[in-house]
Ligand binder design. Structure first.
Ligand code: CMP
Length: 139
């Protein structure tokens, strides 16, 4: 199987709880290569662009307010089967429904404040990685 790229975001709730280290360690233990890493406080326009697919959803404004309230960690990851593997490691969107041992079960507190984002398809893995990182920043 070929190497894939995927984007993980450690969201404001998890950064506020100082869980970045624990989550990065888990990603490394799961065999991901961290090929890009940056802390940022997202501008509203950047968050709205990233989540544009959800623009018509009732939670869109809440989601963008949450994602911009304090810093996030943007992480570009590489691994075989990276997209599916990251999704299984982070678990269901709603932490209450996420399996034991998943990152969202461990660190998320609600469907809105669910600790991490992970790309949902190989195409989005590429698109989302390039939304936040230039090619020269990925090593
Ligand atoms: P994420 O994987 O970042 O992709 C879209 C996000 O929208 C999702 O995680 C949740 O944090 C958020 N989301 C999905 N459904 C809801 C909801 N019903 N209310 C608030 N936020 C939601």
């Amino acid at each position: 199987m070929a190497l894939e790229r995927t984007l993980c975001i450690i969201k404001p709730d998890a950064v506020e709880k100082r869980k970045q280290g624990a989550i990065l360690q888990r990603l490394q233990e799961e065999g991901f290569q961290i090929i890009g890493l940056r802390q940022a406080q997202l501008a509203r326009q950047i968050a709205e662009g990233f989540y544009a697919v959800h623009r018509e959803r009732p939670f869109f404004a809440e989601l963008c307010t949450f994602m911009t309230r304090s810093p996030v960690l943007l992480i570009a990851l590489e691994r075989e089967n990276a997209v599916q593997h990251l999704r299984s490691v982070i678990g269901a969107t709603d932490p209450a429904k996420a399996a034991e041992g998943t990152v969202r079960k461990q660190f998320g507190s609600s469907v809105a404040e669910n600790a991490v984002h992970g790309s949902d398809s190989p195409e989005n893995g590429r698109l989302e990685t390039s939304y936040y990182f230039q090619g020269s920043e990925l090593v």
